[in-house]
Write a protein of this length. Structure first.
Length: 158
């Protein structure tokens, strides 16, 4: 590494990749992203992939409440997030991994299929990428967007 006079070579920041829908942003999302960043160690950089509306509709059967551009902006506004980008329309995790080149990929407690797919891809390609699963944070009554939607329906149906 070539440095200017008097400069010490800087260690490369580890890049952590996290992903999700992040509809009706809540504390569970924030805790997931905080733990994801910690998985990269000190001074890690957290890049978050926010699922496209079309991807969410295909995978969950309905569109998110909040449009993709607003969900991306909200996630990026969080102090813990360095950058938030929209995913590919075709939901291609391989393309995302090739583009971002993460050191660590963090998957949420509810992303079982994603964890397997990512581990298989990393193994297939022989990549030196650590895949970590972020646990669930206690039993908060509003720890998922679905629970928030349900509470709104129950409290405000008249």
């Amino acid at each position: 590494m070539v440095c200017e006079k008097g400069e010490k070579p800087s260690k490369k920041r580890k890049v952590v990749l996290a992903s999700g829908v992040f509809d009706l942003l809540h504390l569970g999302h924030v805790r997931y992203l905080e733990e994801a960043k910690k998985a990269g160690g000190k001074n890690a950089e957290l890049i978050v992939i926010v699922a496209r509306d079309s991807t969410v509709e295909k995978r969950k059967g309905s569109k998110p409440v909040i449009p993709e551009n607003q969900r991306r902006a909200l996630v990026e506004s969080l102090k813990v997030v360095d950058e938030a980008i929209l995913g590919y329309e075709d939901f291609n995790m391989g393309k995302v991994i090739e583009r971002i080149k993460p050191d660590v990929i963090a998957v949420g407690h509810d992303q079982n299929g994603m964890e397997k797919a990512v581990k298989d891809y990393v193994r297939e390609k022989g990549l030196k990428v650590k895949v970590v699963r972020i646990g669930k944070f206690g039993e908060d009554e509003l720890d998922s967007s679905s629970k928030i939607k349900q509470k709104i329906i129950e409290h405000y149906k008249r």
